[in-house]
Ligand binder design. Structure first.
Ligand code: NOJ
Length: 577
C-alpha cells in the first residue's frame, strides 16, 4: 500500500502520460495545440490519475521531424506559445502534483540551427566547423546501420557549402553534433541548466546510443557515451534536487541497462524489447515471449527504473526482435504495407488490437503491473484510432478527441487550418469516440483506465517490488509475483481468446485470502494444495496477498462495482464504509 513516497525517487511510483503540445488542445484557435490549451486540460490529466507528463519537443524547429530537429534549445516554438506560457503551464502542473519531463535532444540539431549554419561556412578544422562531424568521403564508419531506412540510404550527406560530407544518424536535415568537441558539451549543459532551472523534473535523452563515432564499431553504445553520461549526471546532481534522466536507447536489455551505469548515469531507461513481445504473446496466446525477455533483463537496484510502454509517438519498433519475430509481427499486426515504416508498424494501440476491448484491458493490465513505470500515450486511454494515410509517423499524432464538437473539441479553427485532420472515420471518429462521451459512460475505457491507474498508484509494490515468474501448468496463462516491502501481489493473466483455467502452487501463502485489487473482491482462501483459477477470454487478476494476513484496509466488501465513474474508487470517502 502507498505510504509517503520519498520525493527523490518519484519516478519509481509514477504513471507517465506522453503527449505532444501540438496535438493536445488548441487554446488560441489557430489550429495548432499550445501551452494555453494544455494548461486548460491539466484537470483532465489530474482526474485520469497520472503523475507525470512527458512532453514531446516544443522548441523552435522547422518541424521536419516533428520538433526533434531543434533550431534553438532555449525557447518555445511560436506556434505552441511563449516561454512565459510554458512557465505558467509548469507552475499549474506542479500545483496539481504533476511532474514534467521534457526532451533533451542531444545527438543532433536541425540543419537550420545557427550552430550548423556557422559550421558549414567556417574553415575546415576551425572550432566552429568542429561542432559537427565532417568527412571528405562517405566511407567512414561504414559499420553504422541506417536507422530511417525508408528515407535515407546513407549516414553521410554532401554539403555544397562546406564542400564536405556531414554525419547524421537520422534524417539528412539533422546533422549529428560532434561530442568529441568539449564546446558541444558546454552548449548542451547550458540547455540542461536552462530547463531544469525553470523547474522541469526530468529529461528524456533522445537517441542516446549514437553520440560518438569510432571507426570499426557500430557507433552505438560506445564507452565514450557512458563517460559523457556520467559527466552529465554529475552536473545535474551538483545543481539540482530530485531530477530524473531517462535514456531513450532502443537496444537489447543488457545494452539498455548499461545506460544506468552503476547508478551514476540515467535513473530510467525505456525497455524497448518487452513492447513487441507483449503484442506477440497476445497473438500467440503464449506467455513465453514475455517471460523470456524479462528473464534476459537484469534486475535493477532500488534507485533505478525501467520505463515501459505499449505505444508512443513513433512506429512500434521491431528493431529489437529476431527476423522471424519481425515477420510474424508484420504478418499479424500490419498486413497493409501502409501500416509499416522503417523497421516498425505505425499504428495506435486500439487499431493494433482490432479495437478489442478485453485485449486492450489485458495489455494495459500487463503494462501497469510488469516491473517498471508505465508510460501511457495520449489518446490511448480512450482508444483513439490512427490515420495510416498521413505521411511519416503522423498517423499516430492526430488531434486529441475531446468531444463531438467542431474538430473534436480540439480547436475552434476552420478544419482546413488544423495541423493534421481529426480522425473522423466510422469506428474511431471523434463524433462518437471522445473524452466527453466516455466521461458519461461508467463502463467506458476511460473510466476503466482511471480505475487501473488509481489501483496501480495505491500499491508501491508495482513500481518498487521485485518480480518472480510462476510456472503455471498452462502456457496461455502468464503468472508472476511482485514482491514488495509490505505486500505481495500476484498477477495472473489469460492471454487467450478462450476461457482458461490454471492451477498455481501458492502453498507458501496458505491461509491467505487474496483480494482482487481493481475491484476489491475477496477470493477463496489459499490452501496447501494447488490454487485453481479460471478466467474468461483475456481475463486477468491483480491479487494482493497482503503480508499482514488480513485483507488490506482499503478493501470494502460492500462495494463490488467493477467500473466506477470518474472520481470514485474503492477507497473513496463517498462510498459506504
Ligand atoms: C527518437 C524520436 O523518438 C523520434 O521521433 C525521432 O524521429 C528520432 N529520435 C530522431 O530525432
Amino acid at each position: 500500500m502507498s505510504t509517503d513516497k520519498p520525493a527523490e525517487r518519484w519516478y519509481k511510483d509514477a504513471v507517465i502520460y506522453e503527449l505532444h503540445v501540438r496535438a493536445f488542445h488548441d487554446g488560441k484557435g489557430d489550429g495548432v495545440g499550445d501551452f494555453v490549451g494544455l494548461t486548460r486540460k491539466l484537470d483532465y490529466l489530474q482526474d485520469l490519475g497520472v503523475s507525470a507528463l512527458w512532453l514531446l519537443p516544443f522548441y523552435p524547429s522547422p518541424l521536419r521531424d516533428d520538433g526533434y530537429d531543434i533550431s534553438d534549445y532555449f525557447d518555445v516554438h511560436p506556434s505552441y506559445g511563449t516561454l512565459s506560457e510554458f512557465k505558467r503551464f509548469l507552475r499549474e502542473a506542479h500545483r496539481r502534483g504533476l511532474k514534467v519531463i521534457t526532451e533533451l535532444v542531444l545527438n543532433h540539431t536541425s540543419d537550420q540551427h545557427a550552430l550548423f549554419q556557422r559550421a558549414r561556412r567556417a574553415p575546415p578544422g576551425s572550432r566552429e566547423r568542429d561542432f559537427y562531424v565532417w568527412s571528405d568521403s562517405p566511407s567512414k564508419y561504414a559499420e553504422a546501420r541506417v536507422i530511417f531506412k525508408d528515407f535515407e540510404s546513407s549516414n553521410w550527406t554532401w554539403d555544397p557549402v562546406a564542400k564536405a560530407y556531414y554525419w547524421h544518424r537520422f534524417y539528412s536535415h539533422q546533422p549529428d553534433l560532434n561530442f568529441d568537441n568539449p564546446a558541444v558539451l558546454r552548449h548542451l549543459l547550458k540547455a540542461v541548466d536552462f530547463w531544469l532551472g525553470l523547474g522541469v523534473d526530468g529529461l528524456r535523452l533522445d537517441a542516446i546510443p549514437y553520440l560518438f563515432e569510432r571507426e570499426g564499431s557500430s557507433c552505438e553504445n560506445l564507452p565514450e557515451t557512458h563517460a559523457f553520461l556520467k559527466e552529465l549526471r554529475r552536473h545535474v546532481d551538483a545543481r539540482f534536487k530530485d531530477r530524473m534522466l531517462l535514456a531513450e536507447a532502443n537496444q537489447w536489455p543488457e545494452d539498455a541497462a548499461a545506460y544506468f551505469g552503476s547508478g551514476d548515469e540515467c535513473h530510467m531507461a525505456f525497455h524497448f524489447p518487452i513492447m513487441p513481445r507483449l503484442f506477440s504473446a497476445l497473438h500467440m496466446e503464449d506467455c513465453f515471449p514475455i517471460v523470456d525477455i524479462l528473464k534476459q533483463t537484469p534486475a535493477l537496484p532500488d534507485a533505478l527504473q525501467w520505463a515501459l510502454f505499449l505505444r508512443n509517438h513513433d512506429e512500434l519498433t521491431l528493431e529489437m526482435v529476431t527476423d522471424e519475430e519481425r515477420d510474424y509481427m508484420y504478418r499479424v499486426y500490419a498486413m497493409d504495407p501502409r501500416a509499416r515504416i522503417n523497421l516498425g508498424i505505425r499504428r495506435r494501440l486500439a487499431p493494433l488490437l482490432g479495437n478489442h476491448r478485453r485485449k486492450i484491458e489485458l495489455i494495459n493490465g500487463l503494462l501497469f503491473s510488469l516491473p517498471g513505470t508505465p508510460v501511457l500515450y495520449y489518446g490511448d486511454e480512450i482508444g483513439m484510432g490512427d490515420n495510416i494515410y498521413l505521411g511519416d509517423r503522423n498517423g499516430v499524432r492526430t488531434p486529441m478527441q475531446w468531444s463531438a464538437d467542431r474538430n473534436g473539441g480540439f480547436s475552434q479553427a476552420d478544419a482546413a487550418r488544423l495541423y493534421a485532420p481529426v480522425n473522423a472515420d466510422s469506428v474511431y471518429g471523434y463524433q462518437g469516440l471522445n473524452v466527453e462521451a466516455q466521461e458519461q459512460q461508467p463502463c467506458s475505457l476511460l473510466n476503466w483506465m482511471r480505475q487501473l491507474v488509481a489501483a496501480r498508484r495505491r500499491h508501491d509494490t508495482f513500481g518498487r517490488g521485485s518480480t518472480e515468474f510462476l510456472d503455471a501448468d498452462n502456457r496461455r496463462v502468464l503468472a508472476y509475483f511482485r514482491h514488495g516491502a509490505d505486500d505481495d501481489i500476484l498477477v495472473v493473466a489469460n492471454l487467450s481468446q478462450k476461457a482458461q483455467a490454471v492451477e498455481l502452487a501458492l502453498g507458501r501463502y496458505a491461509g491467505i485470502q487474496p483480494v482482487e485489487i481493481v475491484g476489491g473482491t475477496l477470493f477463496p482462501r489459499i490452501g496447501v494444495g494447488p490454487y485453481a483459477l479460471s478466467f474468461g477470454p483475456y481475463g486477468f487478476y491483480w491479487f494482493s496477498l497482503g503480508c499482514g494476513r488480513r485483507p488490506p484496509a482499503w478493501r470494502n466488501p460492500e462495494v463490488q462495482v467493477p467500473f466506477l465513474p470518474k472520481g470514485t474508487s474503492p477507497e473513496s470517502p463517498g462510498l459506504p464504509a
